[in-house]
Design a protein around this ligand. Structure first.
Ligand code: T46
Length: 130
């Protein structure tokens, strides 16, 4: 987890993020997930090279992270708290609250061939990597 800077005032709060300063990589891409219907499951893949930081800038959701040996469920529910996901981690996002918005800071541009969408293939690669 990364505690992002937070500047709170009576008029509201602001969280600035600088690539390589608050998060451990240069930001190549930003995207956000929103309009997520109840019961939706997102993710269900790992990345070969991509590293990301995710934050629930509105609402909350659970993210299940899996390194091939251990699984952990993390609740993201604060706009100033980011989750760093290094390469080679399977992730699934569930239990989105109504109106939740997830912002994602990514270390590379979008590359379809960076996705591992088959869990068996992911597991085999982790075993081969030791
Ligand atoms: C991740 C989780 C947290 C693009 O064209 N460009 C993009 O940069 C992205 C992120 C997606 N897309 C297209 C590809 C698919 O046609 O958007 C569609 C939905 O993507 P996907 O099914 O991969 O969405 P999620 O929410 O399952 O996964 C996304 C990211 O793809 C992934 O890297 O870690 O959010």
């Amino acid at each position: 987890m990364i505690d992002l800077p937070r500047h709170a005032s009576p008029c509201g709060s602001i969280t600035p993020i600088e690539g390589g300063v608050n998060i451990p990589f240069a930001i190549a891409r930003v995207y956000y997930l929103y309009d997520i219907p109840g019961g939706a499951v997102r993710g269900g893949h790992a990345h070969v090279e991509l590293e990301q930081v995710l934050a629930a800038v509105l609402g909350a959701f659970d993210i299940v992270v899996d390194d091939g040996s251990n699984k952990k469920v993390i609740r993201l529910d604060r706009a100033y708290r980011g989750l760093f996901i290094p390469r080679g981690i399977w992730r699934e996002m569930v239990n989105f609250s109504s109106g939740a918005v997830c912002v994602v800071l990514a270390s590379t541009p979008y590359r379809k061939d960076d996705y591992l969408r088959d869990y068996e293939t992911f597991s085999r690669m982790k075993v081969a990597d030791g």
